[in-house]
Structure formats: C-alpha cells, structure tokens
Design a protein around this ligand. Structure first.
Ligand code: SF4
Ligand code: SF4
Length: 495
C-alpha cells in the first residue's frame, strides 16, 4: 500500500496527537503567540522564529538543563529560568533580550571558554560549532583568564570510529543521553567533577553500538569527531542535498554533503515518520561506492566506445533474439521512475522483467531502524510485479540494470543465461566479464523516489551531475528504442 509522497522537506512536524491539545496564549519579546499546552518556552519561541541559544537541549533527547545558556526572564518569577525546561503558561510574559539575559549569556560563554582550547584553525567542527557561533552572536568579549588552561587528552579513541578531544568537551551530556535513551546501550558517562570532568566509556568498554555516529552529529562542539570525516574537508566548502539512505528498506532521510562530485559524508535529516533525528552507522558510511570504483564510459569487450555505438551493438543483438529468449533484470536499488521505464521497455519488447536484490547481511534488523531487507526499493519492485530471477529460463539472454547479487549471479551461471548488456554505476566481476557495459549514475546523481518497507514513497534529489559519461537509464532506452525500427518507443522514458 502506498501511503503518501513526502518531499523530505519537513521542518518540525507535530508528532501524533491522541487528543486536541489546549492552546496557551503568552508573550515572548512583546509578541503575542499561541502554543500548545506542555510546550517548553524554548520550543514555543523557536516555532515563531525567536532563537534562544542552547547547548545541552536537543529535541530528540530528554531535557537536562545543564548548560544554562537558554536562561530567560519571565515576569512574576524573581529569578531567571532555563527556557528548555519551563513549560508555557497562560498569560506568561517572557523576555529573551534583556540586559540581564545578555549578561547571563556572556557569563555562561566566559565560563565555557575558560578551559576551551583555541583549536579553531584545526578543529573539524569549525564552521558548525555552537561555541564559535554563539561567541560571535552573543559574546564577543575578550578573555579575562590569564592562568594556564586545564589540559586533557586530545585524542581518545572511543570506538566505532568516534574520536574524543577531552579539552573541547563542554559536558553538555548530549552524547551520554543518546547512548542511554536512543541506542539504549549506555556506553558513555561523565566522569569526575569541576574542570576535571570528562566524557569516557565504562572501564573495559568501548563505544560500540550501531548508531554511534549520531553522537558526532549532536555534539555541539568539536569534542566528538568522526574518523571517517575528520581533516578531510572544511565544512564551509561542502554543499548539501536532501536524499534518502539506500542502505536498507527503512529509507532514513539524509543529507548528502559533497563538493565537486565527491561525497564527504551523509548525515541524518529529521523525518518524524521514519527516522526522527537519527541514522545507523552502516547507512552513514555506505556512500563510498559513489566516489570509488566507478564505470565512467561505455565499453565493448573492455574497449571504450561512444554511447551511440554501444546502443547500436545492443540493438543489433536484440534484433537477433526472440522476445521469449530475452529478459531484463531490474535491481531493488533502482528508483520507482527507473522501474517504470523498465516495465515500459519490457512491454514494448514483449520480454519478461525479473529482479535481483541485495542479500541480507550482518548487522541484520534491530529494535530501532535497521531492517533485514538491505534494499531501498523492494516495495517498488513488488508494486511493478517483476518476477524473481529464479523464474529465468535456461539459456535466456539478459539485460542487467545495476548488477546482480552473488546468489543471482550463480543462478544465471547455473541456467547458462548470458548477460548481453550491463548498465551499472560500479565495476564488478560482472562488468569485467560482460561484453557491453553502460555507465549509469548513482542515487546521488539523479532525482527519484523510493518506496520504503512501510510503503512510504520518498523523494531523493540529485546532488551533482552524473559522473563521467554516465547517463540516466531513460536516456539510453530512448536511444535504444529509436534504433529498434519496428519497435517504436511508446513513451519518452522520462526525458
Ligand atoms: S563530548 Fe560533546 S556531546 Fe558529549 S558531553 Fe562533551 S560536548 Fe556534549
Ligand atoms: S536504518 Fe537503513 S535506511 Fe536508515 S540509515 Fe541505516 S541503512 Fe540507511
């Protein structure tokens, strides 16, 4: 069942409500606003575009209220209060810009920066560091601290590809709460007190959960960095595109961070219907196939040729085959758009369309996001009604789109089938042995939709142009059908 199409452009959507929440009227900085009962002052302000600075608050975690950066003044309350923990009330009057509030923010910043090292020129967080940003927005006061800063260990390998710089940590406890509340593995703890406080793992333990990379995303400073990303690229050089993870049938919403046709990292994008604020490490690290091992030009028997020549060879082969002796194999990693084109091609040529899919591997499914089905679009394949490859007949000729799983490759050999053309983004055993090979773009280079395991259709967007001479399947198939004189294209294949 198809539920709905999301563009993936959600800001903060309200979660499911069991009943209508009462509306509360209050004033924030002289603006009259309405907020649902139970909303915190910080969230109510954010909803109307009033930013209250904060470090320890994160909408996906419990409230800790330890950083004190979100202090505000509220009429009739004698002391300043933390807005991340204070709920809205009828008639409340909140002030976020008074002289007192500004002084308090300056004091918090001064306190946090006393022992913070001046690492900014070499710190990976530079450009997306809350200490830097808030210093410029709310502080800009020279340090009065003349003593030696407290020094701590600057390279602690926490495990799971996460590196800790103890000196940079502001003890906000976001990473601790993530491990306690989200991954539910509890590996991290704040040890010691005062200026000796530090994040550490329990004795003899490492950070080792399959969602550990999220602690790097939520660390508001450069204390936690990813081994995969650190020192690779300054973040201000990176562009961002909204996409969907292809690692399994969950279809987590992600952002692709890239520069000049190279992907540097994937980070989760908030989607309350699928993954909230998180993603798994397998999906996070699963982008290298976009950068590496790419097929960039069409080849015939290993020799580079033009796309039009390669298409002529393929048209020649098809003309010599009966529709029953030809088959098309679509992969469960292809978009709904490509799958419909292949269905249309099958109908035009009168041939069967089969499917191949990634096989399950460890880690399998778990209590949280990861699913056993390691294909982003098996549901799309099911909707098209393509046949499993086990229904292949002996000696059939095949046009394969996006590769074959190991098991399906063995099946093809067993049935003495012949792959006459392969359309693929990456090199493989199959591409080395196939006589006609066509380069196609990866998910990062095209627009499309995947239908996740729950039937949710989600859009993904092209981050950059197809690499090398890769062309979208629709373009190739339009060229192909134009050459098959007696089989005119019934549709323009999306171009
Ligand atoms: S390592 Fe980062 S997320 Fe963890 S407590 Fe320190 S500053 Fe907060
Ligand atoms: S759970 Fe699946 S879709 Fe989500 S990040 Fe992991 S591999 Fe990607």
């Amino acid at each position: 069942m198809i539920l709905e199409i999301t563009s993936g452009e959600q800001e903060v959507l309200p979660g499911p409500r069991l009943f209508n929440m009462a509306k509360i009227k209050l004033k924030i900085d002289d603006r009259e606003i309405e907020a649902e009962a139970g909303t915190t002052v910080l969230e109510a302000a954010k909803a109307v575009g009033i930013e209250i600075p904060h470090y320890c608050y994160h909408p996906g975690l419990s409230i800790d209220g330890n950083c004190r950066m979100c202090l505000v003044e509220i009429e009739k309350i004698p002391k300043p209060v933390i807005s991340c923990h204070t709920r809205v009330a009828e008639g409340m009057v909140v002030k976020t810009q008074t002289e007192n509030v500004k002084k308090m923010r300056n004091s918090v910043m001064e306190f946090l920066l006393i022992n913070h090292p001046l690492d900014c020129p070499t710190c990976d967080q530079a450009g997306e560091c809350r200490l830097q940003d808030y210093y410029m927005q709310y502080d800009r006061i020279a340090s009065r601290f003349a003593e030696e800063k407290v020094h701590k260990n600057k390279m602690v390998d926490l495990g799971a590809g996460v590196m800790l710089d103890q000196e940079r940590c502001i003890a906000c406890s976001r990473c601790v709460r993530f491990c306690n509340e989200v991954s539910k593995t509890g590996e991290l703890v704040l040890a010691n007190r005062g200026d000796h406080v530090t994040i550490t793992t329990f004795p003899g333990k490492k950070l080792s959960n399959p969602y550990a990379g999220n602690v790097v995303d939520i660390c508001p400073v450069g204390a936690l960095t990813s081994n995969e990303f650190r020192f690779k690229k300054r973040v201000w050089f990176l562009s961002k595109t909204e996409s969907v993870c292809t690692g399994c049938s969950r279809g987590c919403a992600i952002e692709i961070h890239f520069e000049a046709s190279k992907v540097y990292r994937l980070i989760p994008r908030f989607n309350p219907q699928v993954n909230s604020y998180w993603m798994c490490d397998e999906g996070r690290h699963g982008f290298h196939f976009v950068n590496e091992n790419r097929i960039l030009k069409p080849t015939k028997n290993g020799v580079e040729i033009s796309a039009s020549m390669a298409i002529s060879y393929l048209a020649g082969e098809i003309k010599n085959l009966s529709p029953a002796s030809l088959g098309i194999v679509a992969h469960a990693t292809l978009s709904n758009e490509v799958l419909s084109i292949l269905k249309e091609l099958g109908t035009s040529l009168g041939t069967q369309v089969f499917f191949s899919r990634n096989e399950p591997h460890n880690p399998l499914s778990d209590h949280f996001l990861m699913t056993k089905d390691k294909n982003p679009n098996q549901m799309g394949i099911n909707h098209m009604g393509f046949k499993p490859l086990s229904e292949l007949t002996q000696g059939q000729s095949l046009i394969v789109i996006n590769g074959l799983s190991k098991k399906d490759g063995e099946l093809v050999t067993q049935k003495k089938a012949k792959v006459i053309a392969l359309f693929s983004a990456n090199e493989s055993e199959l591409s080395k042995n196939c006589s006609l090979v066509f380069p196609i773009p990866t998910f990062a280079e095209q627009n499309g939709h995947f239908t996740n395991g729950d039937g949710l259709v989600q859009a993904f967007k092209a981050a950059f142009k197809p690499r090398g001479e890769s062309k979208e399947i629709g373009v190739y198939l339009h060229m192909l059908l134009a050459q098959l004189e007696d089989k005119k294209p019934r549709v323009a294949f999306g171009i």
